[in-house]
Structure formats: C-alpha cells, structure tokens
Design a protein around this ligand. Structure first.
Ligand code: AMP
Ligand code: ZN
Length: 464
C-alpha cells in the first residue's frame, strides 16, 4: 500500500487516486525572474522522485507545472533592465529547461504560462465576483477571505489574526497577516497590462495556479506539490479560489518538501551562500552528484547542502558506478547462484516498501548499498555467475529508472573502433609484440580509456 503525508490532514494517508491507474499531478513551477537555485531544485527533484516512483508502480502520471512569467518579481526585474517582460522571462525559461535536462528531471506533460491564460483567469474571477467571494476596490479585484468558511484549513493559520476588510496587493505575505488578496491588479504605470472585461490590469499570482491546474487536470485532481513556503499564502489561496468557484474539493493530497539550507543557514545573497545550479556546476561538479545529494534526504526533512555532503554524494554514486562496471567487466563463469536472485528480490521488496512509505529514500539507499556490499563479497569468493551479473545489471537499471543518477546506457559501451583497437592489442600481446600493445594502450589512454591487464583478460574503464 502506498501512503503519503498529506499537509491537508496533517497525517500519513493511504494513497488512492481518483481514477484507477492514473495520477493527476500539479507542481508549482518557477517564477522566471532569475536562474533557479538549489532550493528550487530540491523541490523539483522531490517531485521527480514522486513521479518516477508512481510511474514505476504502473501509474499513468499526468503532470502539469506552471511557469509564472508575470508577477511582482518578473516585472521588477524586467523594469530594472529596461527590457520587455517577455524578453526578460524568455532567458530564464530557456535556462530552466536546460537545467532540468542537466538534472535528469522528467518533463511535465504541460508547462502552461500565466501570460497565455489571461482570458481563463478572467472567467474564474468573474465567477468569483458573481458568487460573492470577490469584490472590486479602486479598479482592482480582491478575494474576500471571510466569505470562505474553510479558509486556513491547509496552513492551519490562526483565524483570530484575520483582518476582515484589510487588503494586500503583493503576492507574498506572512502567515501573521491573512488578508484579502488581489485576484486582479489595476493597471499601473510601467507595468504590463491586459485590457479585459474586468478592467485593464494584470493577474495576481495565486489565481494562475487555480486556473491552469483545473484547465489541464480538471476541477478536482489527485496531488499538488511544492515547497513548504508555498503552503501560505499561495496554496491556501488556491484552495479558497478553486473550491469557492467550483463548489468541489480541489485537491486530495498536498505534498510539501521542507527547505534546503546551505551550510546550516538560510540561503541569502547577502550571506554569499546563495547558489543557483549554474554556480555549482561552474565548480566542475558532476550534475548527477547534485541530483544524488538532493534525492538522498527525505523530502520532509530539512536538507543541509554542504560541499562536504556533495563530495560524499559523489563517492556514493561512484560506488554504484563501480559496481555496475564490475558486473559488466568481471570475467564471470557460466551459471547462476540462487542466493543472488533472492537477494535481488529482497532488495526490490525493500525499495518498493520504502518508497511506498511516504517516499522513504533512506530505506531505499541503505538496501541498495547493502546489496552491493554483499554481492561484492560474493564476487571476491567467486560465487557470482554470468546469469547473476545479468540479473543484477537489469535490477540496477530498474532502480535507476527511479533514481536517475547513472549515465545513459550508451555512454558505458565502447565505440566499435575502440573495441577493434582492444582486439588488435590483445592479439599483439599474445604475439608478444609489446611495443604495439603499449602504443595502443597509450593511444586509448589519451582518449580517456584506461586498460587494465588482469589474469582473466583485459578490462577497460572510462576516465573522467
Ligand atoms: P519559486 O520559483 O520561488 O516560485 O519556487 C519554485 C519552487 O521551489 C516552489 O515549489 C518553492 O516552494 C520551491 N522552493 C523555493 N525555495 C526553496 C528552498 N530553499 N528549499 C526547497 N524548496 C524551495
Ligand atoms: Zn502555484
């Protein structure tokens, strides 16, 4: 049975999607005013793990991630540079797609952009006005939170702090000041705006997620994710808008990841510990080590990003790669050891039950490394055979469909001409033509392929 911690109920709950075999998932995407930082990738990688796990359990996952390309921050950034909003956000949208590709993050089915859904937002705002949940004030339109009886059910805010009639224009504000928030902001000098039936202006941030999620996933769907900072006000306001509008339950499971901090402190530009993915990659770090590190702390625990932890992640990853290399290159004898198939099944069981238990990644990783340790001992004792090696390789590939930290399969095979060179060298060695053998060895080394002569024959290894 799969179970997740649902922020809405504050409890671990069994997971039952609305439609058997299908999961409809919405994840809050980037606000494209800057390059995405490590904290953002913690959220995106947690969501990717969730999605890959559900896919591995044979669910068809329909995933929508919005792109916030108009809001207070994007407008401020474009104005500071003196470029049109569209030109400014395009740079960060392109960078976002490059970054998720580098980190092996599965693409969503839809990436709706706020600026492309203004008419849909106008329809929902009109509906909220009609139902009496919204009101107009000096050309802007606000949501009246006192009208929505369930306000606060996600974030559990103290409703005594509610300030009826007080309004807030900005998209982000503290839990301490729940107020009526802007659905539609009246046109201001120096801001992009749209001429619509509800006046000339631009949308607030929260309305876009209510509108775009229901457009692509329906008015009620299964899972909504984000970082904990999204719980209030963003997700609380999404619920208020969507449920008031549709009179239906908006989302069944709300999953939020805790924050990423750096060297024990909150990331901030003034502390000099604010890292985008690009900053870290510039230090010549393997992106898969970053992915491994971001994956390896349970999503509901604070993740402390340190360079030491990054080195450890890189070493752990190398252990998996070395294991795979050994399985591919060790001269195993023909045959099979039943204990290995049992070990694989035991590990598979731990992996599935670990992930089913609110994505408990620690269980998964310790089961994997325990299996590697045990198999390595058996290899050294000559108790692993060809069939076992094949089974282990496909099992590692199965695990990596979920973790996605290993290089693509093709990269691990050698080009045909390199294989030919190795054969020529083998022949030269048999013929005691060591001069030619050494020449080929050096030539391949220059190409980053290291040859090792063992009593069981030659082995190759790709160097970094
Ligand atoms: P934003 O681009 O700020 O709208 O954020 C995109 C996603 O990253 C949201 O799900 C945020 O909750 C998440 N996020 C932002 N900062 C952090 C952080 N330090 N740790 C984890 N997730 C974060
Ligand atoms: Zn959102």
């Amino acid at each position: 049975m799969i179970q997740f911690f649902n922020t809405l109920s504050g409890k671990i709950e069994p997971f039952h999607p609305l439609m058997p075999g299908e999961v409809r998932l919405y994840t809050c995407g980037p606000t494209v005013y800057d390059y995405a930082h490590m904290g953002n990738f913690r959220a995106y990688i947690f969501e990717d793990l969730l999605k890959r796990f559900l896919i591995s359990m044979n669910y068809n996952v329909i995933h929508v991630m919005n792109i916030t390309d108009v809001d207070d921050k994007t407008i401020k950034g474009a104005n500071a540079e003196g470029v049109p909003l569209e030109e400014y956000t395009r740079r960060y949208i392109d960078a976002f797609f490059e970054d998720i590709n580098v980190l092996n993050i599965f693409k969503a089915n839809y990436y709706p952009r706020a600026t492309e859904h203004i008419p849909d937002m106008v329809i929902m705002i009109k509906g909220l006005l009609k139902k009496g949940y919204a009101y107009e004030k000096e050309g802007s339109i606000y949501y009246n939170i006192s009208k929505f009886a369930d306000y606060g059910k996600l974030s559990k805010i103290d409703l005594n702090k509610l300030k009826p009639g007080q309004r807030i224009e900005s998209d982000e504000y503290e839990k301490e000041s729940p107020q009526d928030f802007a659905l539609w902001k009246k046109k201001k000098e120096g801001e992009p705006s749209w001429k619509t039936e509800i006046g000339e202006g631009r949308p607030g941030w929260h309305i876009e997620c209510s509108v775009m999620s229901s457009k692509y996933l329906g008015q009620t769907f299964d899972v909504h994710c984000g970082g904990v900072d999204n719980i209030f006000p963003h997700h609380e306001n999404e619920i208020a808008q969507s449920e008031a509008y549709s009179s239906k339950k908006f989302v069944h499971y709300w999953l939020h990841c805790r924050h990423l901090i750096v060297e024990g402190e909150k990331m901030s530009k003034s502390k000099g510990n604010f890292y985008t993915l690009r900053d870290i990659l510039q230090k010549n770090v393997d992106p898969m080590a970053i992915r491994f590190l971001l994956l390896s702390t349970h999503y509901r625990k604070i993740l402390n990003f340190t360079f030491e932890a990054l080195n450890q992640a890189s070493a752990s990853l190398q252990r998996i790669k070395d294991f795979l290399f050994e399985l591919k290159n060790h001269p195993f004898k023909k045959g099979e050891n039943k204990h290995i198939s049992e070990l694989i099944e035991e590990t598979r069981h731990k992996l599935i039950s670990g992930l089913s238990d609110d994505l408990n990644i620690s269980v998964v990783l310790s089961a994997l490394f325990e299996m590697i340790r045990k198999v390595n001992i058996l290899i050294s004792k000559g108790k692993v055979y060809m069939k076992d090696a094949e089974n282990l390789i496909s099992f590692i590939r199965y695990i990596d469909k979920i973790l996605a930290v290993l290089p693509e399969e093709e990269e691990e095979t050698l080009a045909i001409e390199v294989q030919e060179k190795i054969k020529i060298r083998e022949k030269a060695r048999v013929e005691r033509n060591y001069e030619l053998a050494d020449k080929i060895r050096e030539e391949l080394l220059r190409k980053g392929i290291f040859l090792e002569d063992t009593k069981d024959g030659v082995r190759w290894k790709k160097m970094k």
